[in-house]
Write a protein that binds this ligand. Structure first.
Ligand code: SF4
Length: 311
């Protein structure tokens, strides 16, 4: 069976495929920390954040927040260039909730990257409850300056009972509302989900994919739950309150999820990055490439493709 979105051996629709076929050279994301906060940490929605969130607001590999954004950009870019010589860039506002500020602050943060050499895109990570009509109108204006303009929304799971358990601070309905607001403004949406959240079954993780298939989303990131030290979830894990997926279980679940995932949805990432100094478990998640290779191998063994179970 020929796979539509493939120039390599991949059996799912990768971001690499999308970018390479469009730009014909490497495009990498430059993660920055704009020192925003998060309503789930500063008390306006909650304190302590999502139970899995690291002190860096899930932006452990973003630039150094002590440095100005342009300096962060140059520093991260230099590191990336050790791996790829010739590339275009997507400025990635990764840490915390990057639309959680008044419009004038957003302007000061984002606009210095307009017309910057070789920057083809901007990607802004935020929470659905930090999306509203006013900031979407601004983002729509801003999006005109970039070839790629994405807003990354954390969902983690479509189940409200899981949202409560991980102290996410918003429910599925609010996520859906943000997706439609952004989509109506012509802004592309990348959704983050986490596999292996406490008490979630494989069927629930598949159901999250099925629900996403009904929404106008551009991309997805499928993370494995990483237990980071000094987080509430670490305490529960160490007290054996829930079970963490093994590598084989994660691989099998992801393959199944990909089979259900609509073929047009671009897979931006599988796995996830954690600072090894602070990761309690699972240690196998640190060997990212190994996990991805196993997914490829499993898909080949099963002759599986993204979207083949999508109806
Ligand atoms: S929304 Fe993001 S930054 Fe805020 S607590 Fe949750 S994971 Fe952390």
């Amino acid at each position: 069976m020929a796979y539509e979105y493939n120039v390599t051996q991949k059996r799912y629709h990768t971001l690499d495929y999308y970018l390479k076929t469009k730009y014909h050279k490497k495009v990498f994301k430059v993660p920055l920390n704009a020192s925003f906060s998060c309503p789930n940490r500063d008390g306006s929605k909650g304190v302590g954040g999502c139970t899995f969130c690291s002190a860096m607001g899930s932006g452990d590999f973003a630039g150094n927040p002590q440095h100005a954004l342009k300096q962060q950009f140059d520093e991260v870019m230099q590191i990336m260039h050790q791996k790829w010589n010739d590339a275009y860039y997507i400025v990635y506002f990764q840490a915390f909730s990057n639309t959680y500020a008044p419009i004038d602050v957003l302007k000061r943060t984002f606009e210095p990257f307009i017309h910057q050499n070789d920057v083809v895109g901007m990607s802004i990570a935020t929470r659905p409850d930090c999306i509203n009509e006013e900031n979407v109108a601004y983002l729509k204006e801003l999006s005109q300056y970039f070839e790629e303009f994405w807003v990354e929304l954390g969902l983690q799971s479509a189940y409200d009972k899981t949202a409560l358990l991980i102290h996410r601070g918003y429910f599925y309905e609010e996520f859906v509302k943000a997706v439609h607001l952004l989509n109506d403004a012509g802004i592309r949406i990348v959704v983050h989900i986490i596999d292996g959240l406490p008490h979630e079954t494989e069927q629930m993780m598949i159901q999250t994919i099925k629900k996403l298939n009904q929404l106008p989303i551009f991309g997805i990131k499928i993370h494995m739950l990483n237990v980071i030290e000094n987080t509430p979830i670490a305490k529960d894990y160490l007290n054996h309150k829930f079970y963490l997926l093994s590598e084989t279980e994660f691989v099998n679940i992801v393959v199944n999820q990909l089979q259900y995932l609509k073929g047009s949805v671009i897979v931006h990432r599988i796995g996830g990055d954690s600072d090894p100094k602070h990761l309690i478990a699972p240690q196998w998640a640190l060997k990212k490439m190994n996990v991805v290779n196993q997914i490829d191998k499993k898909m080949e063994e099963l002759d599986a493709f993204q979207g083949e179970k999508f109806k």
